[in-house]
Write a protein that binds this ligand. Structure first.
Ligand code: SF4
Ligand code: SF4
Length: 397
């Protein structure tokens, strides 16, 4: 009797209480569906507006057992939290917040994708999604003498989990540290006291694990007198700015591209060596659409001699398409034909650029892995890496 809708107003109230109140504002115009990048995939018909309707009717978490519910709510976990829909919605509905409320209930009921269960459990137990030892957080630093932050430095550098543990993303942390040293910006790290910022676990609905991350980091910030925090990941930047401030008001977060831009303007960093390539910039959803940082990354790239900056036609800045890594998409293995990263990589390849510049470790990982799977010969580089190659004594790539 799948085509008979069962109404359950307790479910509706539970979703609203979990933060899904925007669903009530929706008047079913469908503009969000036109804006949602998931509908650029031919095999997907992501009827975004129907989520609001189903929530209003209390007809969304319905089934005899956890497996039935998980099957029925699989689509709830497709949303990458990119906020393209919110930008278009005449009623200001944040569908990613609405879906996060649904996810909170599903996570509490243990009815959500198995891949996510593993990541969330590792993160809760070790402070990072890979299950690596906290003592290895500074493995990226290799021969750098990065001091322990104690309040006397300009910035706490919060590298984020991917640059701390993933061998490719560690290069971004090293380029960042090299640039800071060159510009004589003093910084320290928290080492094993650093816990994942928790932004992705919150988006996916694991609110209790997010609260653990929040409390653990705030305790470390207090103990070490942190106020200015520099992030490589836009996801850390967003959550420190929006979620942490309430409990720790003195926190001032800055994204690496903002600081590098200021250092170039102040002549503390002077790009000299030519980077003779055509580069397309991919706007990360979290840095661009959600935090409004569009110009600084482009200004950095334009300051590098020889670099020719191009744009993805139409789908740039506010209209950029997600790499697919948001809201723990990095760990969800959707079948071929249902992966957002494929769409973005096709758009990037069509520009004919030699390299794509990113400013987010999730984008770096998603785009690079997808390029490899497509046998595409285009470099994926973080802006810190490109900038450092134009400044360092080593030959530029
Ligand atoms: S754009 Fe906004 S009001 Fe229109 S259907 Fe989507 S959520 Fe509802
Ligand atoms: S946040 Fe992005 S992926 Fe999610 S429904 Fe909105 S447009 Fe689609």
């Amino acid at each position: 009797m799948k085509n008979v809708i069962r109404l359950n107003f307790e479910i509706r109230e539970a979703i609203i209480e979990s933060g899904g109140q925007d669903a009530i504002k929706c008047y079913q115009c469908g503009r969000c569906m036109a804006a949602c990048p998931l509908n650029l995939l031919e095999s997907i018909n992501y009827t975004t507006y129907r989520f609001c309707q189903r929530i209003r009717l209390g007809a969304i978490i319905d089934g005899e057992n956890k497996e039935d519910i998980a099957d029925d709510t699989n689509d709830v976990f497709r949303c990458v939290g990119c906020d393209c829909c919110k930008n278009e919605c005449p009623r200001g509905v944040g569908l990613s917040d609405v879906l996060r409320a649904v996810r909170r209930i599903l996570v509490d009921y243990d009815s959500y994708p198995n891949e996510l269960k593993g990541v969330i459990s590792r993160l809760y137990n070790t402070g990072n999604p890979f299950g690596e030892a906290a003592e290895q957080r500074n493995a990226w630093a290799l021969d750098f003498q990065v001091p322990r932050f104690d309040g006397s430095y300009d910035y706490l550098y919060f590298a984020c989990c991917l640059p701390s543990y993933d061998s490719r993303c560690q290069e971004v942390a090293r380029a960042t540290a090299s640039l800071l040293n060159k510009a004589r910006v003093s910084f320290g790290v928290l080492g094993e006291q650093e816990f994942c910022c928790g932004e992705a676990v919150r988006r996916v609905g694991a609110e209790k694990v997010f609260q653990t991350a929040l409390k653990s980091n705030i305790e470390a910030f207090r103990k070490n007198h942190v106020s200015k925090i520099l992030t490589t990941s836009p996801h850390c930047f967003l959550t420190f700015t929006r979620d942490y401030k309430e409990l720790y008001p003195r926190l001032e977060a800055i994204h690496a591209t903002q600081l590098f831009h200021a250092l170039i303007k102040g002549k503390k960093l002077v790009p000299k060596k030519p980077f003779n390539k055509t580069v397309v910039y991919h706007d990360p959803c979290t840095l661009g659409r959600q935090m409004g940082v569009y110009d600084e990354p482009r200004a950095i790239l334009q300051s590098i001699p020889g670099l020719q900056l191009v744009e993805v036609p139409v789908y740039n800045r506010e209209s950029s398409v997600c790499c697919g890594g948001g809201a723990m998409g990095l760990w969800l293995d959707w079948p071929q034909g249902e992966r957002l990263a494929d769409v973005r990589v096709e758009q990037i390849l069509a520009t004919g650029a030699d390299a794509v510049a990113v400013a987010c470790p999730f984008c770096l990982n998603m785009l690079e892995e997808t390029m490899k799977s497509m046998n595409a010969h285009i470099e994926v580089l973080d802006i810190a890496e490109i900038l450092w190659s134009s400044i360092s004594e080593r030959p530029a790539k």
